[in-house]
Design a protein around this ligand. Sequence first.
Ligand code: ADP
Length: 447
Amino acid sequence: MPMKYSQVFHATRLRLAGLYAGTMGIILTICAAGFYEAMARSHVSELNHRIESVAGTLHDGLEASLQEPDKLEPIVQKFVPTLCLSGTSCSNNARALHYLGVFQENGYYIRFLTLSGQILASGGQVPTDLPIQIEAEPWQTLEASDGSRYRQLSLRLKTANQVPWGYMQVGRSLSELDGHMVWVRLILLVGLPSAMLLVVFSSWWLAGQAMQPIYRSYRQMQQFTADAAHELRTPLAAIQANLESTLTPEASDDDAWDTLRTVERQNSRLSRLVHDLLILSRMDLQKLPAKQELCTLNDLVSDLVEEFLALAIASDISLTANIQANTLVTINGCEEQLYRLVANLITNAIQYTPAGGKVTVSLQQEDHHALIQVQDTGIGVSLQEQAHIFDRFYRVNSDRSRHTGGAGLGLAIAQAIAQTHQGSIQVESELGKGSKFTVKLPARKDK
Ligand code: ADP
């Protein structure tokens, strides 16, 4: 590939890979952040639920037994046996809170506060310097001086007579959850860059894959332009050479006539080529046939066979039509284009079949398809070449074909016509034995 274009393709691939990687990176980061947030929220909500259920049960039982505001009745210790009253010294063991089984798990605590926020009693593992916030939201996340965090539910209690009594706070250390989330963060911090690295590599590879068809079609276009220029140059060069040799004082009238004949021959070759190129470029833009008319293929095939009979006889080839007499095969399409399609196949069959050979054109209907087959007993096409003969300007053997005058566009045009008619062409051939080209076209439905 020329340097300029290779740079353009490289830069486009780089940009494409960058866009892929950037987009994937943003999506991955959003997903990771969402996952982290969802996990943290689900843990906190589970913790809230547990704290709430313990606090709720205690609240219901306690309120009925509370008599005087800011005063802890001894009965409270029945509910929370290991409660440590403020001002008394409690052993560590006694501070371990046992209530409803839940407090057997580490990290829970309970505090009773007066209406003004003085601690009356506490139980469980509560740091002494944990802030007291009584007027704030019921749910709080507090931080002790050592940085450890606590989740706490603060409930206002009333006495049995519905007079405000004080506060009960039930909470739990968040150290276990924080430790867990540190691990999740660590996994994400290591995992995300690794995933990004993978994304970058796969983006580069994917961008390369995406560029392939563009690169291929660019190469095809380049090849097509080069081939077309080459094909146009040959007759032009022949005309130029002939004209130069005739436009000399020594040239006779006979030379002039010879040159004119050559110019005429080369000119018609050029016209044919330009016509073919125009058809192909029009087909490239066209999705459907130029016209949609009712085409009776029986007539089309028999007309063509009749038309090519003279050429076949001149080449000593027997050309026959094999059309099912009792079925009328019709399709929707452009008759002119279909005519060109079959004519190209018959021309090739006659051209590539030695004298004494046989060419048969048959027509039949199979299910919902019309099948046109052009079979010859000619030179055949090797399996390897069969993959290329429909390419533009492709000739199995350029030198051999050149004297026949073909530019290698016949089959490309035939295939383009079949495709605009939603059909296909297939070739079956064996070197030295002959070829069979089968055109499959969708038949008319309303029959
Ligand atoms: P051309 O103008 O050279 O005939 P085509 O596109 O019609 O170009 O065909 C491409 C090549 O396929 C030909 O050069 C020829 O070698 C081969 N080919 C086409 N039809 C036949 C056939 N019936 N038998 C043998 N070879 C064929």
